[in-house]
Design a protein. Sequence first.
Lengths: 329, 329
Amino acid sequence: MVSIKEVAKKAGVAISTVSKVLNDYPNVSAATKEKVNAAIRELNYIPNSIAAALSSKQYGRIALILDPKRQTQAIDQIFMQYLMGALDKAKELNVEVETIFTSMIAGMSVEEITGYFVSKSIVGVVIYGLSKEDKVLQRLIAGQGFSFVVVDAPIVNPRTTAIGIDHEQAQYDVAKKTVLDDGCRRVLYIAGRRDGYVTEQRLKGMKRLVEDLGLTMLVRHGEFSEKTAREIAFQYAKNKDVVVCASDLMAIGAMNALTEMDIFRPVCGFDGITLMGYVGKQMNTIRQDFYSISSQAIQEVKYLIDGQAGRQVRMPYSIVKMHYKDIIC
Amino acid sequence: MVSIKEVAKKAGVAISTVSKVLNDYPNVSAATKEKVNAAIRELNYIPNSIAAALSSKQYGRIALILDPKRQTQAIDQIFMQYLMGALDKAKELNVEVETIFTSMIAGMSVEEITGYFVSKSIVGVVIYGLSKEDKVLQRLIAGQGFSFVVVDAPIVNPRTTAIGIDHEQAQYDVAKKTVLDDGCRRVLYIAGRRDGYVTEQRLKGMKRLVEDLGLTMLVRHGEFSEKTAREIAFQYAKNKDVVVCASDLMAIGAMNALTEMDIFRPVCGFDGITLMGYVGKQMNTIRQDFYSISSQAIQEVKYLIDGQAGRQVRMPYSIVKMHYKDIIC
DNA sequence: CTGTTAGCGCGTTCAA
DNA sequence: TTGAACGCGCTAACAG
């Protein structure tokens, strides 16, 4: 491996001069800068980021915490988009990212996770889909030992930023459109997992809608499972006018049930996953831009890390076949 | 950050002694070892892996190269399994992993990628789903500048190991079962992308089957697209007895076409993705254990990196509803 | 503007 | 069995 020393020798300058050229320091004459660059090119020199990190002390990676087990497998798609958004942004910002699945830290205590992070030089963390029941992560966040960005969870503190669309308003909007289109009055709402923040928020949106429009609503928890939603629809959809679901997957389950029962009810979903294409049915849904959300999340941790503390962030969302909106979490 | 120095001071020993305890060196008395460990515990000391890496010089990460764009989005699931398998294994082996999407290195030359890898201390690379047309990666592999493991591509050299199931045999087996179950003679085979190695291998399996059983076969390329497969089935399935597809997604497309045409033909797929559950139909398919394959891939790069050169690896696969087999790539 | 010097935190000889 | 000393490759004051 060719080191900075060899470059310096070849260019006939001091090591520190090479370093300055490398890091775009101001006080270097164009002449020597060119000399150094020439040597770098000739030797095909590539700086050792490890050494640079050790020396500069401003090293800090960002951990991405994903929890695929909590979701049905079909939602892998969402995680891929989260991942790509994060990795692309990380490369752009030139920060290193460590992908962590919750299975890898399951059973660890707050202290152990802290130790693990420290040993890996992790200073910022993005948590996707935090569960209300995950006390360990909750305490980790509360401890403020790292900079956090939580996606879709309403947690904020001096070192923690929350990000995501406004699930309450989004649920309100998509359900409203569906209800009004068909003049429905009796709503079956299939909510998500009880331990999810978004479940709560979306339910709130529904309650507001029911109030605003003077509807009646039956709420059941589908746990984000296609199968459960299917069963719920079987049991309750018959004497309702519309089925509103807190996820596309559940909407698919509900639809299948309706088809089997041979009755028609408008159904609406939430997420905008591609899977929708495979069921051959049409329904209203919220399309979230997971890539952008994740990209922005990385930007936010970076801000936090760089000390530009924690303001809330705005993200756009859209309802399929409806115009864009702009709402905050 | 508490450093080794403080631990040494607290324990009343030299830095090097602490280091020896840390790295399980032989010549340390139980007494001092305990003293040191006590200090470590008290100070809550966590070794700085960056510094350790720099010092020991035996640092090397593994890059994971994923190409999601080449596939339909529904296959994100496969990549998630690849990722999880790799990350879990990497943690077990205590090596660092860098996730790279091809979009991040698109347009880079071999030299640029090499530089990128070097700067990130990457010494081993796992490539998932290499395209025959990807000349840059091909040359990177041929250059043997890093240790490679290619998943599902038949490329081997002193620093490159190939891994995956035997696609030829697997395709042969699943198609044979499907054909024999219904006594079919005229086969419509919807193959994958022309630039994929697996496409070639699976096609080879089909040709052998056709020969062995004296069948007739029409081959069309569905490009791993549900839509294209659907169109192909529309056009050609009518006067065939069975539709064999090189992927589950295409099988779904073909099935939909058959349903719309209101004719029945046995269909078989390949992959074993969960998506299958959402179409409500049953079909034979190959179930690949992507998690294990990826896990093993990491193990193999590690072997290569550690100089335990490149033998081929065996992986199991199963056909849904058939017994397990064990075949190599 | 350039070079000298001192570390960053740790692994690793080599004396003692 | 221990510890002093050197160096990994680089950055960051500080002199010159």
